[in-house]
Design a protein around this ligand. Structure first.
Ligand SMILES: Cc1cc2nc3c(=O)[nH]c(=O)nc-3n(C[C@H](O)[C@H](O)[C@H](O)COP(=O)(O)OP(=O)(O)OC[C@H]3O[C@@H](n4cnc5c(N)ncnc54)[C@H](O)[C@@H]3O)c2cc1C
Length: 308
């Protein structure tokens, strides 16, 4: 029997069989069995409670800028939190509270205008605050963990009791946080920034960072940013480029000719083709250098095992 619509929210909040390609920056992904984009924390919590009552699996996504969602789609409830926007800035103390769906580029410019320093590096990251915390997003030497004060989260099993966690409880490391292993949903995040700086200078630095990114990375085509974690001290992109694999295609998925750690969707790629290209790059790099590349992007849904 099909689960009932939740009583607390307008039924319009829930949709069925929603193609997820519009919700990822790779522009791939099959249908979500159930889907909603809550625009308030109350609605989000009610939707989590509904999924719990119905015994459905649930997951939250932000801007889908680090996701490979399978062509078969996702079972249960998928919640896209990008409408949970809003930021409160205290220019004196440098404390900033942002909702989970606030876009990182918007936040970076907003705090720079307020004379708050510490997030200028983040302007080129097309994700949300929630996704950036989960991923410990970083660029140009900075990362979220360095500026995060605390987060408000909720356990979907107890949607009635959101609680706060300090940054030092999140076990941050390179593109990793404890939140990647736990089902907690990030509702909002507080950052401690440097107060009293020159907004003009901060905005200039922010724009220069964006400019340097867009000139060296394929921002004009659908992608997920860097596909692989850098096997420090090596760079994944350099290893792939050195093997002459820039431009390699499987279907509509192509190793970017601009930056070898990006796979771009040249038009009609399927998730399976992107996955096949990821596996091909891993195999090539392993065979020729002995180095194992590990994806930074998160895969959601079922993928066929690699054919060897
Ligand atoms: C052009 C381009 C450039 C990029 N450059 C960078 C870069 O320089 N540095 C970098 O680190 N990344 C980069 N990325 C990758 C991506 O933008 C970041 O990882 C970003 O932080 C992901 O945020 P998101 O909101 O899109 O999360 P999603 O991709 O939607 O989700 C990522 C993970 O977080 C989880 N999640 C998302 N929101 C929540 C929430 N509120 N509560 C609980 N779990 C949640 C998801 O379930 C998933 O596991 C780039 C991507 C693109 C397309």
């Amino acid at each position: 029997m099909s689960p009932q619509q939740p009583e607390v929210n307008p039924p319009a909040a829930l949709r069925q069989a929603v193609p997820l390609e519009a919700y990822t920056t790779w522009k791939v992904g099959g249908p979500a069995e159930w889907f909603a984009e809550p625009n308030s924390q109350e609605m989000l919590l009610a939707l989590l409670a509904w999924a719990g009552r119905e015994g459905l699996p649930q997951r939250s996504i932000g801007a889908g800028s680090n996701l490979l969602i399978s062509d078969a789609g996702l079972e249960g409830l998928t919640l896209c939190l990008r409408r949970l926007q809003g930021t409160q800035v205290d220019p004196c103390s440098g404390l900033v509270e942002a909702q989970a769906g606030e876009p990182i580029p918007t936040l970076a410019r907003r705090v720079a205008r307020a004379g708050l320093g510490g997030l200028e590096w983040s302007v080129g990251i097309p994700g949300t605050v929630g996704g950036a915390v989960v991923m410990n997003a970083g660029a140009q030497g900075g990362c979220i963990a360095e500026r995060l004060h605390s987060v408000t989260v909720v356990d979907p099993a107890r949607p009635d009791v959101p609680f706060s966690l300090n940054a030092n409880a999140l076990a941050f490391s390179y593109r990793h946080s404890r939140l990647q292993q736990e089902p907690l949903v990030v509702l909002s995040a507080r950052f401690q920034l440097d107060a009293g700086l020159d907004p003009g200078l901060l905005l200039e630095r922010t724009s220069a960072n964006l400019q340097s990114r867009t000139s060296s990375q394929p921002y004009h085509l659908p992608s997920c940013g860097s596909v692989f974690r850098n096997p420090e001290p090596q760079k994944a992109g350099q290893l792939i480029e050195a093997l002459g694999l820039k431009g390699l295609c499987i279907g509509g998925a192509e190793v970017s000719t601009l930056h070898a750690n990006f796979i771009v969707n040249t038009g009609a790629a399927r998730a399976a083709e992107i996955q096949a290209l990821i596996e091909r790059l891993q195999a090539e790099v392993q065979q020729h250098t002995g180095i194992a590349l590990h994806p930074e992007v998160k895969r959601l849904g079922r993928f066929e095992p690699a054919q060897r």
